[in-house]
Design a protein around this ligand. Structure first.
Ligand SMILES: C[S@@+](CC[C@H](N)C(=O)[O-])C[C@H]1O[C@@H](n2cnc3c(N)ncnc32)[C@H](O)[C@@H]1O
Length: 400
């Protein structure tokens, strides 16, 4: 169990390291030194760092691509950047028309960024020297985006969770959480070191921590605020990734299909999932009432079926939704409701195994006018021959 005290001590360790920030592709510079340089020298060093990582065809592969894609989007937006370093991205976003706020564990990083803003005539952005996580609650809650370029993956996920949660609360509904971190595959390729040792390898001596992230892991880390993935990409030959999430809480068009619908009690009994004669599949109930389904090897082969009491949907309702909660152990599975005449599926959704093997959700939506059969089918949706396996935890019917 981590405490706020652990988090504050980790902020101190991060501050002790991270006044040394990336200056060019290969070099780091200390803002503790840079803040005592003359305006002219500080700006010249800053400009060299900016040009080396942003300009031309070479720069496109580092920061340039992000400025090209997100610069036009940033105009008029209110952006909270966590860990700006020298502020190269923050200045680019401000020049594109964003109003910036900067949060950093290092006071000299912030001092330098504010000085560069002033020297460039960009005004005085809001800033926060982060020493205690509660300070984040002093910031507004109407940001369009939180951006963290190479910062938040340098804190252990469990220790840093309150920081992630507090940042998520700063976003308005529909706001974006955009984090640049290290990809899972890089961690594999570099020997799967414990994260307290990997940091020294990725970022040099004294780096307390480096951890991989992907979209699923970041979505988990930001709970209880609910996010969905907008974009995931890797760049710098797989050394970095960009994870762009949207805060779905409070956005009417992004609510789950079952939100606001009426639940129909006991319309589907998970334990009744069973294999039909001739299907080369297995379905077994475990101690918690979930059912483990192992599909046949052939793509699209049927594995199990369960009755769905569509007849219990009130007469004045026109649509049904089945919520599936399941953990995919291997491959990819489809959940579908066929038409009453068996000719086709009126609705089908797919779940694939992800690297965390965590519980997932999908929603089967259908019009009653499409004459759905009173049953759901689970089948193998893996494109390559091979069995898929899924633990089905719950199946719930809703109508509206
Ligand atoms: C590797 S540097 C990246 C700097 C800059 N974003 C860039 O792309 O060059 C990490 C930055 O994040 C800050 N930082 C690291 N961990 C942080 C945390 N948990 N919260 C806030 N700032 C953090 C550091 O002080 C530093 O400014």
């Amino acid at each position: 169990m981590r405490t706020e005290g652990d988090l504050e001590r980790f902020f101190e360790r991060l501050a002790a390291k991270w006044h040394e920030v990336p200056a060019s592709r290969l070099e780091r510079t200390s803002t503790r030194v840079l803040v005592s340089a003359t305006d002219e020298d500080a700006l010249a060093a800053w400009e060299r760092a900016r040009a080396d990582t942003s300009d031309g065809i070479r720069g496109l592969r580092l920061r340039g691509w992000f400025h090209a894609v997100y610069g036009p989007w940033a105009a008029g937006k209110k952006i909270l950047e966590v860990g700006p370093g020298l502020g190269i991205d923050g200045v680019a976003l401000a020049c594109a028309g964003a109003t910036m706020t900067f949060v950093d564990v290092s006071s000299t990083n912030l001092e330098l960024v504010l000085r560069v803003f002033s020297l460039k005539g960009l005004g005085r952005p809001e800033s926060l020297h982060l020493q205690r996580v509660r300070q984040l609650d002093e910031l507004a809650t109407d940001y369009d985006a939180v951006m963290a370029f190479g910062s938040l993956h340098h804190i252990p996920a469990d220790t840093g969770r309150p920081e992630f949660e507090a940042l998520a609360r700063r976003l308005k509904p529909g706001g974006r959480f955009i984090m640049h971190a290290y990809p899972f595959q890089r961690w594999i390729d570099e020997g799967q070191l414990p994260f307290d040792r990997w940091g020294e390898k990725t970022d040099g001596a004294g780096t307390p921590w480096a951890e991989w992230y992907d979209a699923d892991k970041l979505i988990e880390q930001l709970r209880p605020t609910v996010f969905a993935s907008v974009l995931y990409c890797e760049y710098r030959d797989g050394a970095m990734n960009c994870i762009d999430l949207i805060k779905v809480d409070g956005v009417p068009g992004l609510q789950q299909p079952a939100a606001g619908a009426s639940a129909i009690a006991r319309a589907i009994d998970v334990a009744a999932l069973s294999v039909q004669p001739g299907w080369r599949a297995v379905a077994t109930v475990d101690g918690s009432g979930s059912v483990l389904v192992t599909t046949p090897e052939e793509p699209w082969a049927y594995a199990a079926t369960v009755p769905v009491h569509v007849d219990r949907i009130p007469a004045d309702h026109t649509r049904g939704v089945v919520r599936v909660r399941a953990t995919v152990r291997g491959g990819r599975v489809g959940f579908g409701i066929p038409a009453g005449n068996g000719a086709a599926f009126v609705t089908e959704e797919y779940l694939a195994r992800d690297r965390h093997e965590h519980e997932q959700e999908c929603f089967l939506e259908f019009d009653l006018a499409a004459n759905p059969a009173a049953l759901m089918i689970v089948r193998n949706a893996s494109p390559s021959a091979g069995r898929s396996q899924v633990v089905v935890h719950s199946l719930d019917l809703f109508s509206l």
